[in-house]
Design a binder for this molecule. Structure first.
Ligand SMILES: [Zn+2]
Length: 176
């Protein structure tokens, strides 16, 4: 990565996603997350990743459109997260990545037990990688500065709250 001037760093640290745009997508976000939630349930049940992948792409398409950045291809890897162990313990896990000239990639199974990742964790990764894309489009580069995590929070927090509601509804409907 090219070295950043302190001026570019400050700009990246200060930048936020458009408040108005983020507020405007609330309704579409909810609709799309409902579809993603259903697709994730299907993935957990059947192990088939196609619908989960399609709904993830639809969510990213919506974000790119509404927040006015180029479309980005999403590629789900139905594999355990690449990881490193030390003394039997997992010390590093790769959740996903975003290349400026390639797709967003997300691993959909946990490293240790190879289970489908929980939806909130998955969304945190997907939205984290999408913010890298937003950064690449906006600044030509992306770094994990404080502002980066603020931008992730702007989209992750509402997503997490919606998913909490959806999960609670599913639990109430499931007979014990
Ligand atoms: Zn990152």
């Amino acid at each position: 990565m090219a070295r950043l001037s302190s001026r570019s760093y400050r700009a990246m640290d200060r930048a936020r996603l458009g408040e108005r745009e983020v507020a405007r997508i609330a309704f579409d976000f909810r609709t799309q997350l409902r579809c993603l939630h259903a697709a994730h349930e299907e993935y957990k049940r059947t192990g088939l990743v196609k619908r989960f992948s399609d709904e993830s792409q639809a969510l990213v398409d919506m974000l790119c459109l509404e927040l006015e950045v180029a479309p980005k291809h999403v590629f789900l890897r139905d594999r355990p997260r690449p990881h490193k162990r030390k003394g039997g313990r997992i010390v590093y896990e790769l959740h996903g990545l975003c290349q400026s000239n390639g797709p967003v990639e997300v691993y959909t199974r946990t490293a240790a037990r190879e289970q489908p990742v929980a939806l909130k964790t998955y969304l945190n990764t997907l939205l984290h990688e999408w913010v890298h894309h937003w950064d690449f489009e906006t600044f030509g580069t992306s770094i994990h500065c404080g502002g980066f995590y603020e931008r992730v929070g702007q989209v992750y927090r509402p997503a997490r709250d919606i998913v909490s509601q959806l999960t609670a509804t599913t639990r109430r409907r499931t007979p014990s």
